[in-house]
Design a protein around this ligand. Structure first.
Ligand SMILES: [Zn+2]
Length: 293
């Protein structure tokens, strides 16, 4: 269930890179949600993007929620990531049907649709979270996130994401990269980076050829020099608990909870992210209502 993340800087300190390998994490999401190949590819890309975006924050307590709201079969994908490499995710459509493009590749954009939004919520544990939003460009996720960074966070970014499935729909490899220009980047650096990126194979092909995250970072930064900064483990794992679910119930308000207590005499809640079921007995509900004073 773990993955790997490498972060680095160009030798001239003008470009930052994150490269993630997320094969086991995406396989774990596939198993948890019984995802079809199309949903595995779409949610796998979202998980990988969120994992890198979550680790970009330097604020320890920050939690990043990435929502992809589509107009196709996949109406919603949600991935939540923190600064310690934990990611959890779900989609409204675990069984999206398979569609391929002219090259025979899984056409994620057709399942997500071209109309819709990217929503990013950065919650720093304070009152008001930062919420950024932009329109979808293609529904292919990487392009949509690239556009999001330019529009909503005014940061020149290039993103590649990929999930490669075997003919029997097992996750063979998954991962991605995120490159960000720092404000002082020179014209020469930008040109070099653009030429590197346009000459590169897709991230899926690179993993398929057996390249490591270090080698992929090396290709993106060819001619720029790579100073490796850090390596982190990534985890696909849920952090739900009965206590957190109880807090969710409380947010329904005292009168609604009292209604549930009298009408149903208890409640069963399922975590969207990991499908764990939580039972709230009559007594549990009473305790919750009493604690709301
Ligand atoms: Zn959970």
């Amino acid at each position: 269930m773990t993955g790997n993340l490498l972060t680095g800087m160009s030798t001239n300190r003008e470009v930052r890179i994150y490269v993630a390998e997320t094969s086991e994490m995406v396989a774990s999401a596939q198993k948890t949600h019984d995802l079809s190949p199309m949903s595995t590819a779409a949610l796998g890309r979202t998980i990988t993007g969120a994992a890198m975006m979550g680790m970009m924050s330097k604020i320890e307590k920050e939690k990043l929620t990435l929502q992809i709201k589509g107009s196709g079969e996949i109406q919603l994908m949600v991935a939540v990531a923190d600064t310690k490499g934990h990611v959890k995710a779900y989609t409204s459509e675990p069984h999206a049907s398979l569609q391929t493009n002219d090259l025979g590749k899984i056409a994620v954009g057709q399942a997500v649709g071209k109309e819709g939004q990217v929503v990013v919520i950065r919650d720093m544990g304070m009152k008001d979270p930062f919420i950024g939003q932009s329109d979808l460009v293609s529904g292919e996720i990487a392009e949509d996130l690239t556009y999001y960074f330019g529009q909503s966070e005014q940061q020149a970014t290039a993103i590649g994401l990929g999930v490669f499935l075997t003919p029997d729909a097992r996750v063979k490899s998954a991962g991605g990269f995120l490159v960000q220009l720092l404000p002082e980047a020179s014209e020469a650096t930008i040109e070099q980076l653009e030429s590197n990126l346009s000459g590169m194979k897709s991230i899926t092909q690179l993993f398929e050829e057996g390249l490591t995250i270090e080698q992929i970072a090396g290709q993106v930064f060819a001619g720029l020099g790579l100073d490796e900064l850090e390596r982190y483990p990534l985890y696909y794992q849920c952090d739900c608990s009965k206590e957190k679910m109880g807090a969710g119930l409380k947010s329904l308000g005292k009168s609604t909870l009292t209604e549930i207590l009298t009408e149903d005499g208890g409640a069963e809640l399922t975590c969207h992210f990991c499908n764990t079921k939580y039972q709230f007995s009559r007594n549990d509900l009473k305790t919750l209502i009493e604690s709301m004073a």
